[in-house]
Write a protein that binds this ligand. Structure first.
Ligand code: FES
Length: 214
């Protein structure tokens, strides 16, 4: 398939009899964006409070933390079902999504249309090479960088016009599902990366380090 931005990507899903082509230039995908201000901190720092949507969050670790590639701790308590929180780790955007049961249910239905539905490629730690690409099914953690040429995809978390939702890269039209798995035939060759992470407790994640010392 051509990587031209003007290409027409194949429809990735159907619902209610309506088809939708996420990669079609100019296609409108009305959505209800729910973003959180990242409540993050480098290890040892005091975390900030999360703020509910519609703000697009940004968080910048200290220069010293960036230079060291330090892990980042994230307070996930305020992420409501269906919401996405943005953070930054090693200069990269990191997304944390609390998936609803409905969102999780889509992961099975889209499998026949995915390039790597079982996460065979090494795009995640072993503990995330499962059906939900996560430690706990509801909580998705991804590096928000497209595996084609490095753009940052846009979240499309709400189902709309026949697409169950996921992530859409506007640069060349790659489409990913709600586990960051790329649909077949897209410019992006592999699924989005799941970074190493671990739970410090029920409401706190550490990105960049796991129980294996990643
Ligand atoms: S950078 Fe080309 S599709 Fe994302």
């Amino acid at each position: 398939m051509s990587n031209s931005p003007s290409m027409t990507a194949p429809a990735v899903g159907k619902a209610g009899g309506a088809s939708f082509t996420p990669g079609t230039p100019g296609a409108e995908m009305p959505q209800r964006r729910k973003l959180l201000l990242a409540a993050t901190s480098a290890i040892g720092a005091v975390g900030a409070a999360a703020v509910a949507a519609p703000f697009v969050a940004s968080w910048f670790p200290s220069e010293r933390a960036k230079a060291a590639g330090a892990p980042v701790d994230i307070d996930i308590a305020a992420i409501e079902p269906g919401m996405l929180l943005r953070a930054e780790w090693r200069g990269q955007p990191v997304w944390v999504v609390r998936r609803t049961p409905e969102m999780l249910a889509t992961l099975d239905t889209v499998k026949p249309r995915l390039a790597d539905p079982d996460s065979k490629a090494a795009q995640q730690p072993d503990y995330a090479a499962n059906a939900t690409r996560s430690i706990k099914p509801e909580m998705l953690v991804l590096v928000g960088i497209c595996t084609h040429l490095g753009c940052s995809p846009t979240d499309r978390l709400q189902p709309t016009e026949g697409w169950a939702g996921g992530f859409y890269c506007p640069c060349h039209g790659s489409v990913f599902d709600l586990a960051g798995r790329v649909f077949a035939g897209m410019p992006a060759p592999t699924n989005l990366v799941v970074p190493p992470y671990m739970y410090l407790n029920d409401t706190r994640l550490r990105i960049g380090e796991d129980s294996k010392g990643a």
